[in-house]
Write a protein that binds this ligand. Structure first.
Ligand SMILES: [Zn+2]
Ligand SMILES: [Zn+2]
Length: 269
């Protein structure tokens, strides 16, 4: 399974001289296995995935969404495959949501916020909504979802190929000293899990109800779930390269295989 981290930032795309190493695009990861390519979320990182899809001559892509907050859908209006009549783009969402993905995107692409609407895309654009319990199959990749606590709801996503598992668990808020047992079971023995590491435990003390978690909580969950590799993901926009290097150092003392995800990073599991 080949993973590419196109966007690893949370909340807002960022670009300063202190965001050069880890990048500033928001959440998007592609997952490839044999000829199949899918993606999780469509933050600003999706734009660069779109460029690669066109360059590779692909004709279809499936994108599964954790939820519809702007940092997870803002790449879609700039996703080049949507402007190609030969492309099929399928957008997948899960569980009970206050609004469907079509409604959310339609609301986002409204005058005066954005000058064009869903009807302007030339690709065959499909919206497919699934029960949270459904198992989706894309070639050799299967995808399952788990509801996780976040304002408006979100789903952790799991991509599996044979014996390899990748967990994508963002965005979510934890309850201190009450580890999310459903998420631990979902992550069990994953080859790689990435998690909402917006804050550290000290910052979290004043961020209750904001919907996000900490890198220390992620490491605690990963240890409980016997995850093989842990990736720090959904970085707070103001986290500089130096801060993330320091977080990685500290995380490695707790779990040597842990690392901070960065834009354009390619990982094989
Ligand atoms: Zn987010
Ligand atoms: Zn969110």
């Amino acid at each position: 399974m080949q993973l590419v981290f196109w966007g690893t930032r949370g909340s807002l795309p960022m670009n300063t001289p202190n965001h050069r190493i880890f990048g500033g695009n928001t959440s998007c990861v592609s997952i490839g296995a044999d000829d199949t390519l899918i993606a999780f979320d469509g933050g600003s990182g999706l734009v660069n995935l779109g460029t690669e899809i066109i360059a590779d001559g692909r004709r279809e892509i499936d994108i599964c969404f954790s939820h519809f907050h702007a940092d997870h859908i803002c790449g879609l209006p700039f996703f080049k495959p949507l402007f190609n009549a030969d492309m099929t783009v399928r957008l997948h969402s899960f569980g009970t949501q206050a609004a469907s993905l079509r409604d959310a995107l339609n609301g986002y692409l409204q005058d005066p916020i954005f000058p064009m609407g869903l009807e302007d895309f030339e690709a065959d654009l499909q919206f497919i909504h699934h029960d949270a319990e459904d198992t989706l199959s894309f070639g050799n990749i299967t995808v399952t979802a788990l509801p996780i606590p976040h304002p408006g709801g979100a789903h952790a996503l799991k991509a599996s190929t044979g014996d390899k598992n990748f967990i994508y668990a963002t965005d979510t808020e934890h309850t201190p000293s009450e580890p999310n047992q459903n998420l631990i079971a979902f992550m069990h023995k994953a080859d790689l899990a990435v998690y909402d590491c917006t804050y550290d435990d000290d910052e979290f003390a004043t961020r209750g109800g904001w919907g996000h978690s900490t890198w220390q909580e992620g490491l605690r969950l990963a240890a409980a779930a016997k995850v093989k590799k842990f990736g720090i993901f959904h970085h707070e926009p103001d986290r500089t390269d130096d801060m993330l290097i320091e977080i990685e150092k500290q995380a490695k003392t707790m779990q040597p295989s842990s690392f901070v995800t960065r834009d354009f990073m390619r990982v094989e599991i």
